[in-house]
Design a protein around this ligand. Structure first.
Ligand SMILES: O=C(O)CCC(=O)C(=O)O
Ligand SMILES: [Fe+2]
Length: 209
């Protein structure tokens, strides 16, 4: 990837697009592993909110997701996660964002699936600071739908093209996924700042990574 100019673009406009993120072979390998995950039935209907407020709201979102935990992932997905971890460290070094960790899930939007307008940061003092979405849809065209629509001052339409990564500020950028008319695979994740609860308890040092 080209230097760190993308960090200035993210700071200036809250959103940045990086095309050809992994390259042709690596992105195709990630897509194949994603297809295996969902073909194996590992996708679960995504829920909205968290903790006791979490619920299945099919009028709000209709994707299937599979969370990655700490155990080993298939090699191409592991390579993607390693790249994202490197980006997290670059953001900390160059932009002093204090991003402590990242989480990521695989998502599959089948025909008719969507995700209505939302912010990714929870209202209860969430520490999600940066959202990333990596698109895995070769041959995408407008008839396939599933565009990531940014709203409000950031309004623009992002086509979910193969090997494209978008990063945006989780608290600032209202967005929605328009109805998909084809299989749509993505890796979506978040980089977290200092845990608010932990900070209140004075345990920040234990959270350093
Ligand atoms: O798949 C996308 O384009 C965005 C997904 C999203 O907004 C989310 O999972 O919070
Ligand atoms: Fe989102």
């Amino acid at each position: 990837m080209e230097g760190t100019a993308w960090i200035d673009r993210l700071a200036a406009s809250d959103v940045v697009l990086l095309d050809d993120f992994l390259g042709t072979d690596a992105s195709a390998a990630v897509r194949a592993e994603m297809q295996d995950i969902f073909a194996a039935g590992l996708g679960r209907p995504a829920r909205v909110g968290r903790g006791e407020g979490e619920s299945y709201l099919p009028d709000t979102r209709r994707d299937l997701i599979h969370w990655f935990d700490d155990v080993a992932q298939p090699p191409a997905i592991a390579g993607f996660l390693a790249r994202m971890e490197a980006l997290r460290q670059t953001l900390n070094r160059e932009a002093f964002l204090g991003l402590r960790r990242l989480e990521c899930h695989a998502a599959y939007y089948g025909p008719g699936a969507f995700y209505k307008a939302h912010l990714d940061a929870f209202a209860d003092g969430s520490n999600r600071l940066i959202t990333f979405v990596y698109f895995l849809n070769p041959g995408w065209g407008p008839a396939h739908g599933g565009q990531l629509q940014l709203l409000g001052p950031h309004a623009c339409v992002i086509e979910p093209r193969m090997d494209r990564l978008v990063l945006f500020k989780s608290r600032e950028v209202l967005h929605e996924v328009l109805p998909s008319h084809a299989d749509r695979y993505t890796l979506t994740g978040w980089m977290y700042g200092v845990d608010e609860e932990r900070r209140r308890r004075g345990g920040v040092l234990g959270d350093l990574s």
